[in-house]
Design a protein around this ligand. Structure first.
Ligand code: OAD
Ligand code: ZN
Length: 230
């Protein structure tokens, strides 16, 4: 049984990480163009660094919830037959026990040097413009995929979908491509699909089955079903 799971902000909501498009969403008070585009960064790097430094620091105050832990349990049994693809830039899947996670939108705990191109695990701040551990130049930026930039791992994600028996989307509004199109790719290949989300996503009609409710309730239940059928 090969499974591809795509997660979005909704999987981390019960851990206290704000989602993007809900009422109290993260963008409130900030225009997307200011904090999530290369142009915004060039215009005001200090603002952008402060924004991501605050989000990175906030990771210390959150913990994985039952949905992350259930996916960790599933990976422990399925191993490489499970591919977790996340749009989230937090590290809650890893802390929930999953080790092979494709972060298609980058990671808060990573910094990318604009001078030498290398990436480094990064737990501190960037607003103080620290020197790159590789080349010494102070050109580190958050390793986050901004609007207008190419998401990471697209080849591995497409290959995993092509070989999957089941595609599951958890906690994502289906508003941002290419992730929102993975279900269409799965469908075109005749692969079954399941949506787990608080409410119907924008692409809910593409899924063979949809379950609506909290990820913290529904994901452990679904994982138990899968493990029970093995
Ligand atoms: P959104 O904020 O667009 O959507 C979150 C979805 O999770 C919504 O459909 C909610 O209904 C649902 N949700 C909220 N709480 C939930 C819960 N407890 N259980 C289950 N579902 C819940 O977030 P994403 O779809 O992840 O990109 O957004 C996609 C991308 O847009 C992000 O990765 C980010 C943003 O621009 C980048 O930063 C590049
Ligand atoms: Zn460098």
């Amino acid at each position: 049984m090969r499974i591809v799971v795509l997660t979005g902000a909704g999987v981390s909501a019960e851990s206290g990480v704000p989602t993007f498009r809900d009422a109290d969403g993260l963008w409130e008070g900030h225009r997307v163009e200011d904090v999530a585009t290369p142009e915004g960064y060039d215009a005001d790097p200090g603002l952008v660094h402060a924004f991501y430094d605050a989000r990175r620091a906030a990771l210390a105050d959150v913990a994985p919830n039952p949905a992350h832990l259930a996916l960790g349990r599933l990976e422990a049994v399925l191993g490489h037959d499970l591919t977790i693809v996340t749009q989230n830039v937090d590290d809650l899947h890893e802390r929930g026990g999953a080790h092979h996670v494709l972060h298609m939108h980058g990671e808060l705990l990573s910094a990318w040097c604009r001078a030498c191109g290398h990436r480094f695990r990064w737990e501190g701040t960037l607003a103080d413009r620290p020197a790159c551990p590789g080349c010494g130049v102070s050109e580190l930026r958050p390793d986050i995929v901004w609007f207008g930039e190419m998401p990471y791992e697209m080849d591995r994600i497409s290959a995993a979908i092509a070989e999957a028996d089941l595609f599951v989307s958890i906690g994502t509004s289906g508003a941002v491509y290419p992730a929102a199109g993975f279900v269409i790719e799965a469908r075109a290949r005749g692969i079954r699909s399941l949506e787990i989300n608080l409410e119907p996503s924008e692409g809910t009609h593409w899924f063979d089955e949809a379950r609506h409710g909290k990820a913290g309730d529904l994901v452990p239940r679904w994982v138990d079903e899968v493990l029970g059928r093995l």
